[in-house]
Write a protein that binds this ligand. Structure first.
Ligand code: NAD
Length: 318
């Protein structure tokens, strides 16, 4: 019987699927320094993690029973993937499961930005009773998303899910991607109707100049920031920007400058350069809508992630 340790948790749907196929699943949270002992004492074959547990070379070397390492989520920065594979260990992740949830969080930040909810939620508890009319006036100049242009940088799974939501809301979509020049997007509606869009990729410069809002969905980069001083300088005055991809994709110093000089109207950030200790200047900035890296943290995404891990594990080991 295969033994599974889901060290950073796994959805009940994932546990059920594994147990149904005869896998024994342990959901104990074992501390990093105890992991080697635990895996060896319990003869664990499958180690499932999210982003917290580190699976590095020494652990891989010390645990000969391991046959599969699974990451619930996308980025595998916490796993020595190539080394594990060189030892004949399967390494899997769940790239498809979280796209819709991340796309919806992007819209939470966009809608927050255009209606000042991030500010109103800070001000109302303190002044909502004494200065209601002033606050009403301060936040009166909202804008609609419908009819505006959303520029999407990185047009993979999440970029495309974000585009589908934008199109559904009546926005124009521009995208820029190194690997996609033209993309067919199908929007499925609840009653079985569907509408197809053929979108052509734009040059980065065109996207920066024409977008009212920009959302970025690229993986961690080797060559520094994707958006910094130069790019912010090219954007429409008063534009808004959302980053729910990875910290370090946007230059946060350049971003705060662009917000302070009113070049940009607002930013929505789910990820941070110095995660898990974001810069105070970012946390305190009145024009930034904030969330603590919760893009994939919905019931639905977690269910799908657990199931996707279970399905792949069963297919590889049974
Ligand atoms: P994906 O691999 O499906 O798509 C990424 C796309 O970006 C690819 O099409 C690639 O060609 C393109 N790309 C790469 N570098 C580029 C660049 N410099 N300029 C333009 N295009 C570029 O990835 P995905 O599943 O859509 O995930 C996107 C990002 O979202 C990743 O960074 C992932 O780690 C992150 N993510 C965040 C959360 C969260 O909780 N906020 C959850 C899941 C994923």
């Amino acid at each position: 019987m295969h033994k599974v340790l889901a060290n950073d948790g796994i959805s009940q749907a994932g546990i059920d699927a594994l147990e149904k196929e005869g896998f024994e699943v342990k959901i104990t949270r074992v501390a990093q320094e105890q992991l080697e002992n635990y895996i060896n004492q319990n003869g664990i074959n499958v180690l499932l993690v999210r982003s917290a547990t580190q699976v590095r070379k020494p652990l891989i070397d010390a645990c000969p029973t391991l046959q599969l390492i699974g990451r619930g989520g996308v980025g595998m920065d916490n796993i020595d993937v190539d080394y594990a594979k060189s030892k004949g260990i399967h390494v899997i992740n769940t790239p498809a499961s979280s796209s819709q949830s991340v796309a919806e969080l992007v819209f939470a930040h966009l809608l927050s930005g255009v209606r000042f909810l991030h500010k109103a939620n800070r001000d109302m508890p303190l002044e909502g009773d004494s200065s209601f009319k002033q606050l009403k006036k301060s936040y009166a100049k909202g804008t609609e998303l419908k009819g505006k242009t959303l520029g999407i940088i990185g047009f993979g799974r999440i970029g495309q899910a974000t585009a589908q939501m934008a199109l559904g809301m009546g926005m124009r979509v521009l995208f820029h991607d190194h690997h996609h020049e033209e993309v067919d997007l199908k929007l499925d509606f609840y009653d079985g109707q569907a509408v197809s869009f053929k979108l052509k990729g734009a040059k980065m410069e065109e996207l920066l100049k024409e977008s009212d809002f920009i959302s970025i969905h690229v993986p961690a980069q080797k060559n520094g920031y994707v958006l910094g001083h130069t790019e912010f300088g090219m954007m429409k005055p008063g534009a808004g920007i959302v980053n729910a991809s990875r910290g370090g994709i946007i230059d946060e110093v350049a971003l705060t400058e662009a917000l302070d000089t009113d070049k940009l109207a607002f930013a929505g950030l789910d990820v941070f350069e110095s995660e898990p200790k974001p810069e105070i200047k970012i946390l305190m900035h009145p024009k930034i809508s904030l969330s603590p890296h919760i893009g994939a943290s919905t019931q639905e995404a977690q269910d799908k992630i657990g199931l996707e891990l279970a399905t792949q594990t069963i297919a590889l080991l049974k």
